[in-house]
Design a protein around this ligand. Structure first.
Ligand SMILES: [Zn+2]
Ligand SMILES: [Zn+2]
Length: 268
């Protein structure tokens, strides 16, 4: 039995526990899986308890073929019930909700599978199989209406394996002149500061690697050692050009970035 559960990226970063409820088939407690109200089960008188009957067909005069078929009367079970159980109606099983806890470990990969042994559908006739939960990443929602102190910028982080990705927007002036800083709130609420000193230029599309600010490195299901190592944060810079700059004016005006828009117009 397999189910998919999607959790937000911050749960993969911080680790989390989620409860989930599944409907599954249980062996009926009332009749203990016999299907009978009084516990009495009678051997099927059609097949003698074998669940199958042998029929003879005459293929040609004097030549018979024996065919074994499932017993219709008992449905192949070999016994019949006189008074069916009121809870399961004689089917020996009932459907009921089960609640499980899903533990998302720090740094688990997308598509990680968690196995709950023998938690699949039950039956009096077989040993229950495993329930397997596959963990996916939920599409981030814009967390409107969340108090500022709880707010993390997780909505805008993207993950690729051990690394996280972030897009930062700079004005042309910042990219050109430097002297800026940004505070990014990471998935657990800690702040990563990006900055450049005056005179440090950022080229559009440049990717900065901030070591140790990626995803926690997961050691796998057989090794829970916490090493506290992280992947990297890759910051891609986008530079926004002012709307007013058009071809012809731009080359001349770039040098005048710190002047007001009116000045730029005046010079055209
Ligand atoms: Zn039978
Ligand atoms: Zn029952």
């Amino acid at each position: 039995m397999e189910v998919r559960i999607s959790v937000p990226l911050k749960d993969f970063y911080n680790g989390a526990e989620h409860e989930f409820t599944l409907s599954k088939q249980h062996v009926c407690d009332e009749c203990e899986g016999s299907g009978s109200a009084d516990g009495k089960v009678q051997t099927c008188n059609e097949c003698g308890g074998r669940g199958a009957v042998v029929r003879k067909h005459m293929l040609a005069p004097g030549i018979f073929q024996q065919v074994q078929m499932g017993c219709d009367k008992c449905g192949g079970k070999g016994n019949t019930i006189k008074t069916p159980c009121k809870v399961c109606g004689g089917s020996r099983v009932v459907r009921r909700d089960d609640t499980h806890t899903l533990t998302v470990e720090k740094g688990m990969p997308k598509g990680a599978r968690v196995t709950y042994e023998n938690e699949a559908d039950e039956s009096p006739d077989w040993v229950a199989g495993d329930l397997v939960v596959t963990i996916f990443e939920k599409e981030a929602e814009l967390d409107m209406g969340i108090a500022d102190e709880e707010r993390v910028d997780g909505t805008f982080f993207r993950r690729k394996g051990r690394d996280t990705f972030w897009k930062e927007v700079l004005s042309l002036r910042e990219a050109w002149m430097g002297d800026w800083s940004r505070n990014i709130t990471h998935l657990d609420g800690h702040v990563v500061q990006l900055s450049r000193k005056r005179g440090e230029v950022i080229q559009p599309g440049m990717v900065e690697v901030v070591t140790g600010e990626g995803m926690p490195i997961w050691m796998g299901e057989h090794d829970h050692v916490e090493v506290g190592e992280f992947g990297n944060l890759l910051v891609e810079y986008t530079v926004v050009l002012p709307d007013q700059m058009e071809s012809g004016a731009s080359i001349h005006s770039v040098g005048q970035l710190n002047v007001s828009k009116t000045r730029i117009y005046a010079e055209r």
